[in-house]
Design a protein around this ligand. Structure first.
Ligand code: ADP
Length: 211
């Protein structure tokens, strides 16, 4: 439980509803929460999906692990407590972006089920879409685009998810979408995500068609 430190604070409701913001953008806002091991393909697929959505007139935005750790969360490391706080803050930011009407794509390992479920609980029904980006650790270790698995195996990185015994990855039990990136190429993963968004009523024409 995060403690509420400040006292004497009041929530100020605005004059614009979330429905009005969503209608203006021609989309049903949501958070596509990508979770999976390092190098499973989260960032690659997130950036590709964001690009296609923007090209089609939908307002999408990626919150990416390393990028957020450069700024908002630069004071956090990889201990279990810091990982939980990392995800809590990102969850709150994602919630604000969803409230603003966006399709948010978050790209974080987010290894703990409890932390992900807490973010789901922050949002309205249907707004949190868990996407399990799944490849075996051997495949991720062979890809290793940032050389992190090599460093972890040499003992130069501790708390490395999936490699260090003290940093387990807890697979989602019932993700809305499961992408096997060792079997599906990037464009097919993006197509699967787009189909989910289409089929579940998130894509309502986009900004270009709302006049
Ligand atoms: P993460 O964000 O999960 O750490 P990245 O997207 O940074 O992972 O890296 C994944 C690597 O795997 C990239 O080099 C990417 O080109 C490669 N890759 C191979 N096949 C796929 C796939 N089907 N989906 C996503 N990435 C893939």
């Amino acid at each position: 439980m995060t403690i509420q430190k400040a006292q004497n604070i009041t929530w100020h409701p605005g004059h614009v509803t979330r429905e009005e913001r969503a209608a203006l953008l021609g989309q049903r806002p949501c958070c596509l929460w990508f979770t999976g091991l390092s190098a499973c393909g989260k960032s690659t697929i997130a950036m590709a999906l964001e690009q296609v959505l923007i090209q089609r007139g939908y307002v999408a935005y990626v919150l990416d692990g390393d990028n957020i750790r450069h700024g908002l969360n630069k004071n956090l490391g990889f201990s279990p407590e810091d990982r939980a706080e990392n995800i809590r803050r990102i969850g709150e930011v994602a919630k604000l972006f969803v409230d603003a009407g966006l399709i948010v794509i978050t790209s974080f390992i987010s290894p703990y089920r409890e932390d992900r479920d807490k973010v789901r609980a922050l949002m309205h029904a249907g707004e949190f879409v868990e996407v399990f980006v799944d490849a075996p650790v051997e495949v991720c270790g062979a890809r290793d685009p940032k050389g992190l698995y090599q460093k972890a195996l040499r003992g130069e990185i501790t708390n490395f998810t999936g490699v260090s015994p003290d940093a387990p990855y807890e697979e989602p039990l019932a993700p809305e979408i499961h992408l096997r990136t060792d079997q599906l190429p990037v464009d097919e993963c993006v197509a699967k995500l787009l189909s989910y968004l289409e089929d579940n009523g998130y894509l309502l024409g986009g900004v270009r068609n709302v006049r």
